[in-house]
Design a protein around this ligand. Structure first.
Ligand code: SF4
Length: 371
């Protein structure tokens, strides 16, 4: 294979790794540009879009993660790129203005440290060439503390996929990786290295859950996410619905009665919860789940919370503070800014129509507000 053929294969195999913010808008993370298949759109914090060069260094893996199409023994086209090839290809795209940064991951070809060394060497080549832009490096489960620290020193962001919530669930996904030693330990190490006031505090850490591959519940995923944000300072958590057909026949997700469409709906609900925890002041233990431990697929989590807390309502649009307004179903930050602006100008708000067109989402607030 030449470099472009290898890139086509390796970037295709990197597409379900979201932990680089190639996600957030609906199905955004599953889209690639039409011409160069290794260029992925990324949503910026301000809502704009930029493009990352996203690829694996290798898809040859010694591990057996049962949800992964690249696991050892699965029948797929295998190849690897050298750090030099990858750095050169990236710089061609960067210098022609088609990408702004790099997301680099890899399957585990020989052992975690040798794989990590290849990833780090690629990043070193780019830094030594003068590239100061965005580099997101995947941390390989089981890599040594020294290799992980080297990655953190080179990267703008790093991620190690947690995959599921808890050791028991993890054991149904892989028996070549150890949850506490290979996943949780390194996430904690990165958290210490990048904590506020520490040497690498400019570096962001993200992670990803595969939703529905094991028997984890939403309650477990929410609890783990809350702790990752609150106690370990992660910047973002991504959720990727397991899509049946990729994994090993003995994977719990392959044998569950849940459809792929329901799993995508579950992924969407988890992103809504993530948003409530990060932006709307909800604690993880406030999010309502059903007796089975899962979120409602029919009703969004904020509305479920409002239905369970009639004592909190009505919220007064003209007098209540921002934290109370944020709890009203159908109200987003833009709407709340409009309310606060109107109030700041001395106007009394007498109806929702005064604030703009009342669509289906904003209409949800009726019954929870007063003027
Ligand atoms: S380590 Fe696991 S998830 Fe990563 S490529 Fe190998 S089999 Fe897939």
């Amino acid at each position: 294979m030449d470099t472009l053929e290898k890139l086509a294969t390796l970037s295709r195999d990197s597409r379900y790794d979201l932990a680089c913010s190639c996600a957030t808008a609906e199905n955004e993370h599953r889209r690639r540009s039409r011409d160069d298949k290794w260029i992925y759109p990324v949503i910026l914090p301000d809502g704009g879009t930029t493009y990352l060069f996203k690829t694996l260094l290798s898809n040859e893996c010694i591990n057996n993660c049962r949800y992964c199409p690249l696991r050892v023994g699965s029948d797929t086209c295998r190849c690897s790129m050298t750090p030099e090839e990858t750095a050169t290809a990236f710089l061609d795209y960067y210098n022609s203005g088609r990408v702004t940064g790099l997301f680099l991951s890899s399957a585990v070809s020989r052992n975690p440290d040798s794989t990590m060394e290849l990833i780090n060497r690629t990043a070193s080549l780019l830094r030594r060439s003068g590239f100061r832009g965005y580099i997101h490096l995947k941390v390989i489960p089981g890599a040594s503390d020294a290799a992980i620290t080297h990655s953190v020193s080179l990267a703008s962001a790093v991620s190690l996929n947690i995959e599921t919530a808890g050791e028991e669930n993890f054991m149904s996904l892989s028996d070549t990786k150890h949850y506490m030693r290979d996943i949780i330990g390194p996430i904690k190490l990165i958290s210490r290295l990048t904590a506020k006031g520490c040497r690498y505090d400019r570096v962001k850490q993200t992670t990803q859950f595969v939703v529905g591959a094991s028997r984890e519940t939403d309650r477990q995923l929410i609890s783990y996410s809350w702790n990752l944000y609150r106690n370990l300072g992660l910047s973002r958590i991504y959720f990727s619905a397991y899509q049946r057909g990729c994994g090993s026949p003995d994977l719990p997700g392959e044998n569950s009665p849940v459809t792929n469409a329901e799993l995508l709906a579950r992924e969407h609900r988890l992103y809504q919860v993530d948003w409530l925890m990060r932006k709307y002041g909800f604690r993880g233990d406030e999010i309502p789940v059903g007796v089975d431990g899962n979120l409602s697929l029919e009703t969004d989590p904020k509305e479920m919370w409002a239905r369970a807390h009639p004592e909190f309502f009505p919220v007064n649009i003209n007098t209540d503070g921002k934290q109370r307004l944020l709890r009203v179903p159908g109200f987003g930050k833009i709407m709340i800014d409009k309310i606060l602006t109107a109030r700041g100008s001395g106007s009394r708000i007498r109806s929702l129509d005064q604030l703009g067109k009342v669509g289906r989402v904003m209409g949800k607030s009726r019954g929870y507000i007063t003027f």
